[in-house]
Ligand binder design. Structure first.
Ligand SMILES: Nc1ncnc2c1ncn2[C@@H]1O[C@H](COP(=O)(O)OP(=O)(O)OP(=O)(O)O)[C@@H](O)[C@H]1O
Length: 255
C-alpha cells in the first residue's frame, strides 16, 4: 500500500542566520488527521521551523512542500489563501476592533476582498457567513461587539486562533495558543480549538508548545528539537517512553 501524500512536507531543511545554523537538515511531514506537536528547550529552533514552514522565512537549503507544491518564497498571506494558516496575532495589530470586525479582516483575506470598517461585515453575505460560523465554532458570538482589547486574556487568545480559522485552512499551525492563559483555562482553550477544527474541516494541526501536559493530552505525534536538529519524531506514547529525548526536552528550563 502506498503512503498517502503528506499535506506538509519539509525535506532536509537548513536555516542559517549568518554563520549560525538555527535548523540543520530537518525532515518533517504532516498528514491528514494528525495533530503533531513540536517540542524542545528554548532556542531549539521550533519557531524558526514554523517560520520556514509558513513561508515567512526561506530555508537556506532544503525544500518545503504544501499539498505537493514548493512554497519557498510564498509569503504567509498567500500561503493562508492556499490552505496553510497560522494565527496572525491580528488582535495585537488591531486591538480596538471588535471580535466581529477582527474576524471580518481574516475572512476578507481568505476571500481576497478588500476589508473596510463597517461595510463588509454587514453587507457582504460571504464575509458575514464566515464570521458568524467562526464565532459560533469558538463560542465567541456573545462577545461579537466587544473590542478585542476589552476581552479577558484567554478569550483574546481564542480570538487570535479563531481569526486564523476564519481563513478556512486545511492545515493550522499554532504557536503556543495557550501562552499566558491560566492553567485552569488551558484545557478549555484546547478543547474549544479542537472542536472548532473538527467543525470547520481543518485536516491537520502542527503545534509548538512548551506545556508537556497539553502535548501529552492532545498530540498524536511528537517532534522533538534540540540545537536546530530533530532528535525524535514518534507517536506520543513512544515519545513519553523515550527517556533520553524526554530528559532533553523537559530537563532544560521547563517544568
Ligand atoms: N533572525 C534571527 N537572527 C539570528 N538568530 C536567530 C534569528 N531567529 C532565531 N535565531 C536563533 O536561532 C535559534 C533558534 O531560535 P528559535 O526562536 O527558533 O528557538 P525556539 O525553539 O523557538 O525557542 P523558544 O522556545 O525560546 O521560543 C536561537 O539561538 C535564536 O537565537
Amino acid at each position: 500500500m502506498s503512503t498517502p501524500q503528506a499535506l506538509l512536507h519539509a525535506t532536509q531543511v537548513t536555516k542559517r542566520y549568518g554563520d549560525f545554523v538555527a535548523l540543520s537538515n530537518v525532515d518533517l511531514s504532516l498528514h491528514g488527521g494528525e495533530f503533531v506537536s513540536v517540542v524542545g528547550p528554548n532556542g531549539a529552533g521550533k519557531s524558526t521551523l514554523v517560520n520556514v514552514l509558513t513561508g515567512l522565512h526561506k530555508p537556506s537549503t532544503g525544500s518545503v512542500r504544501f499539498c505537493g507544491e514548493d512554497i519557498a518564497g510564498v509569503g504567509p498571506v498567500e500561503l493562508a489563501t492556499r490552505g496553510l494558516a497560522r494565527a496572525f496575532q491580528l488582535v495585537n495589530v488591531f486591538p480596538e476592533l471588535t471580535v466581529r470586525e477582527t474576524l471580518s479582516v481574516a475572512a476578507c483575506s481568505h476571500l481576497r476582498t478588500r476589508w473596510s470598517l463597517f461595510s463588509n461585515v454587514h453587507r457582504d453575505d460571504k464575509v458575514r457567513a464566515i464570521v458568524d460560523r467562526t464565532m459560533r465554532a469558538f463560542g465567541l458570538d456573545r462577545d461579537a461587539d466587544t473590542p478585542a482589547n476589552s476581552l479577558p486574556h484567554g478569550r483574546r487568545k481564542l480570538l487570535d486562533v479563531a481569526s486564523a480559522f476564519a481563513l478556512h485552512p486545511r492545515v493550522m499551525l499554532l504557536d503556543e495558543p495557550t501562552a499566558g492563559v491560566s492553567t485552569a483555562d488551558k484545557d478549555g482553550v484546547m478543547t474549544t480549538l479542537l472542536d472548532a477544527a473538527k467543525h470547520l474541516g481543518v485536516e491537520a494541526i502542527l503545534l509548538v508548545e512548551h506545556d508537556m501536559d497539553l502535548v501529552a493530552r492532545y498530540s498524536s505525534r511528537i517532534v522533538a528539537m534540540m540545537a536546530g536538529q530533530k532528535i525524535a519524531d514518534e507517536p506520543t506514547d513512544a515519545f513519553f517512553r523515550n527517556e533520553e529525548a524526554l530528559a532533553i526536552v523537559v530537563g532544560k528550563g521547563h517544568a
